[in-house]
Each structure stands twice: as structure tokens, then as C-alpha cells.
Design a protein around this ligand. Structure first.
Ligand code: ADP
Length: 426
């Protein structure tokens, strides 16, 4: 059976964010890490999100990877392609949003696409083409200090015009206020004038619904995960998508419960402290990891003993800023991070091989290290634990039941995330 939506996301957590919203709007969703080399079983899947690392890499690489993802998704019969980027339009004058969009349009033979980055419930709105984060313009939101893609201009028509070769236009709020049909006519008129990219104003969920209604026939749409939340209703209206009772339903979880944390964000530090009030945990110290094997072996022994009764148990390198700085001063920032990521990756591999079946990982980079240590290539997306963080399931070659996995980037999740995650897992 062909999939309805094929999405190309420019980073891993952005992919999960979109996939989570698609499930919440009724699509059965698979996230794949990189472009798959093997054919996948997609019988009960409505949407596939390919997670790339194309946000900040050189333009040529971003274009090449995105086109490879497009070819693969078209091979799965996707009716619509969605290029997903950050709701703060993370990019530079070189790209990658403009060049990737144009390469996808070219390959699809699409004369026009839309740009709808807004995610109103998270405070990202667009008015008269200007992107706001809460009540601040993008260029006063803190994003002007971003280390990789500082955003110095909130006018997205201007921002995209610097990256794109085709003319950029605007679908402004007064047009959206007239509904989906009127917005579609506006897009048509712009297309006749040669406008290839249309920035969409968005103040609220109603605007996203209007945009979704106007663009459901386009072969390519682009934007943030907010648009992803609005599209499935249109797919159902078109008769492309059946009503599914539990799109986030996963196989029953089996195996003991482990939390691995390499995030030092304030939210994670609170979650670690909360967990330790109720369950056992073991701290990893990068300085001790640099000394040799013993430190990892001690953590393994600690975890094994508690996992024998099912867990949950926590192993964490998470530390307050003073301790992180001390480790970084002694080892170098990169080496400190690598030691922690390698240790948590090894613990994951070993303990999953020994029977862990429910795994929560905290930290964006840490999640990448654990997923790659486990050799995971696909994640079936389940129900949300906290906003933006779903349970997922990954098939593992040498394991009968799939591994239940929750990957939480730094600032996500309430204070009781580590304990509640296991309580809400069926
Ligand atoms: P977040 O999502 O909170 O940014 P990440 O996992 O992306 O978390 O990044 C945290 C980084 O800090 C990782 O590279 C991790 O290995 C490193 N790290 C974790 N604990 C320590 C520590 N105690 N000292 C130094 N670096 C650490």
C-alpha cells in the first residue's frame, strides 16, 4: 500500500516533532534515520518521515541528501512531499531552506510551493511575513545569537529571497481570513506571476487549517510541524486517509526499564533529581571515564543488579554547569562529550542485549549516540509522553520483541518525565 505523506526533515529531533504531530492527527507514522538502503514493510503506515542532518551542512550535501530522500519517498508512492524545517526558519543567506526547496521543486516539476514555519501553540507565528517568537520578532528572540545560523532578519520574504533564485511572495492574513478556496486562488494568481515560493502568515490553528486546505493538492509543501498537524484532516477529506482508531498504538512493551541521561539542561537536571527521589541511579564522571574501563564496568554492575528486578534504573552524566565546566576544562569540551556519549552508547548496547526493553534517553546528541550504538534505522511513532516526545518502537535484529524507546532532547518534558514515561507505556 502506498503512503500518503513523505516528509524530509532537516534534523533528527525536528523529524520526531513532526512525526509526533502526524500521529496526534491520526496518521500511522514511521521515522527513518537517513535514507533507507533496504526496502521497508510499510503496510500499516500512512506517513514516513526521513530524518536527515541537513540543517547546517554545506548546501550541496543538503540538496543531495534531500533529493535521495525524495526519490525514496516517491518510490513508496507518497502523494505529497513535506520538507520540514525549524519553526524559527533556521538558515543562512546560503541556505539551506531555499536551495533544498528549489531542488525538490525542480525534481518534482512543481512550479510553486508554500513556506509555513509557524507553530502557534509554541508561540511561533507569522504576520505580514514577519516571524515572531512569543511577542518578539525573530531577530530579537535570542535566535540572533544562534551559533550556527544566527537569524538577523524577521522578514521571511526577504530572508528567503536571499537564498532562492525564484521570486518569493506572501499569503497574508487578510487572504487567509477568507478561507481555503480564496487562499488557493491567491496562490494560483501568484503562480501565474511566476512566484515560486509563498510565505504564509499564520496566527493560530485556524490559519494552519486554511493553509492545509489550500495546499493539499501541491506536490510539495514546506514548513514546521504545525502544518503537519493540520494536513491529515485534509487528507481524510480527500479520501486518501482512512480513520484509524489508535494511530500511535505500539506492540506491548517487554523487558526491563532503563534511563540513560547525557543532557545537562536545566529541565533534565530537574528530571534526574526527581527520579532519584523514587528510584536508584548511578552517576558517570567524565574524568573517571578518561582513566579507563573500571568506571563503565562499575556502572554496568550497578545497573545489572537493579535491572534484575525490572528497574527502572538511571545512569547519568548529567551535571550542573560548574561540574560540566570542570570536566571540560580538564579534558576539552569535545573529549568530555565524546567520553560520555561513548560510555552511554556502550551501556545501551550491553544492557539491551541483556534484556532491557524499555529505554528512555535524555539529550539530543546523546540520543544520536545511543541510536547509532544500537544500530537503529527506523522508529515507529507511538503516543506522546509530554509535548514533542513520543514513545517509539524500534525493531532490533537479535531480539524478538521491538525495543521501546523514548528520545528526549534537553529542554523537553515535565519534572516527572523519567518516572511517568514508564507509567504511560502500555
Ligand atoms: P541536550 O539535548 O540537553 O543539549 P545533548 O546530549 O545534546 O543534550 O548534549 C549534552 C552534551 O554534554 C553531550 O555531548 C554529553 O556527552 C555532554 N556531557 C554530558 N555530561 C557531561 C559532563 N558531566 N561533563 C561534560 N560534558 C557532559
Amino acid at each position: 500500500m502506498a503512503i500518503v505523506l513523505g516528509a524530509i526533515a532537516d534534523d533528527f529531533t525536528g523529524a520526531t516533532d513532526l512525526a509526533n504531530n502526524l500521529v496526534r492527527s491520526g496518521m500511522r507514522c514511521l521515522q527513518v534515520i537517513g535514507v533507507p538502503e533496504q526496502p521497508l514493510a510499510l503496510d500499516d503506515i500512512d506517513a514516513v518521515v526521513v530524518a536527515l542532518k541537513s540543517r547546517s551542512c554545506p548546501v550541496t550535501e543538503a540538496v543531495e541528501d534531500s533529493l535521495a530522500a525524495l526519490d525514496w519517498l516517491q518510490g513508496q508512492g507518497a502523494r505529497q512531499i513535506f520538507f520540514k524545517y525549524c519553526s524559527t526558519f533556521d538558515s543562512t543567506d546560503k541556505g539551506n531552506i531555499g536551495p533544498v526547496s528549489e531542488a525538490l521543486m525542480e525534481r518534482l516539476g512543481a512550479p510553486q510551493t508554500v513556506m509555513a514555519p509557524a507553530f502557534p501553540i509554541n508561540g511561533r507565528t507569522v504576520y505580514q511575513g514577519h516571524l515572531f517568537v512569543g511577542d518578539r520578532l525573530l531577530n530579537e528572540s535570542g535566535m540572533q545569537h544562534h551559533p550556527l545560523n544566527p537569524m538577523h532578519d524577521a522578514d521571511l520574504v526577504r530572508v528567503l529571497s536571499r537564498q532562492a533564485s525564484r521570486p518569493v511572495g506572501l499569503a497574508a492574513r487578510p487572504v487567509l481570513a477568507q478561507g481555503g478556496e480564496a487562499t488557493r486562488r491567491h496562490l494560483d494568481a501568484l503562480r501565474e506571476q511566476g512566484v515560486g515560493h509563498v510565505i504564509c502568515d499564520t496566527l493560530d490553528a485556524q490559519d494552519l487549517a486554511v493553509i492545509a486546505a489550500a495546499v493539499v493538492d501541491l506536490s510539495l509543501v514546506t514548513g514546521g510541524s504545525g502544518l503537519g498537524q493540520a494536513l491529515p484532516a485534509q487528507y481524510r477529506r480527500q479520501g486518501w486517509l482512512a480513520e484509524v482508531a489508535e494511530p500511535g498504538r505500539l506492540a506491548p512493551a517487554a523487558g526491563s526499564a532503563l534511563v540513560l541521561s547525557g543532557s545537562c539542561s536545566r529541565a533534565t537536571l530537574g528530571q534526574v533529581a526527581h527520579f532519584l527521589e523514587h528510584h536508584p541511579g548511578h552517576a558517570l564522571d567524565p574524568l573517571a571515564l578518561a582513566e579507563g574501563e573500571d568506571h563503565v564496568q562499575a556502572a554496568l554492575a550497578f545497573a545489572r543488579e537493579r535491572l534484575a528486578t525490572g528497574g527502572p534504573v538511571l545512569v547519568y552524566a548529567s551535571a550542573d554547569p560548574a561540574r560540566v565546566q570542570a570536566a571540560q576544562a580538564a579534558l576539552g569540551t569535545e573529549r568530555a562529550g565524546q567520553l560520555v556519549e561513548a560510555a552511554l552508547g556502550r551501556l545501551a548496547r550491553q544492557l539491551v542485549a541483556e534484556g532491557v526493553g524499555r529505554l528512555v534517553v535524555a539529550g539530543g546528541e546523546t540520543s544520536g549516540a545511543v541510536v547509532s550504538a544500537l544500530g537503529i534505522r527506523t522508529l515507529r511513532i507511538g503516543d506522546q509522553i509530554d509535548p514533542g516526545v513520543p514513545w517509539t518502537q524500534a525493531p532490533l535484529a537479535d531480539r524478538g520483541a521491538p525495543l521501546s524507546l523514548a528520545l528526549k532532547s534537553g529542554n523537553f518534558g515535565g519534572p516527572d518525565f523519567f518516572t511517568r514515561a514508564f507509567e504511560v507505556l502500555p
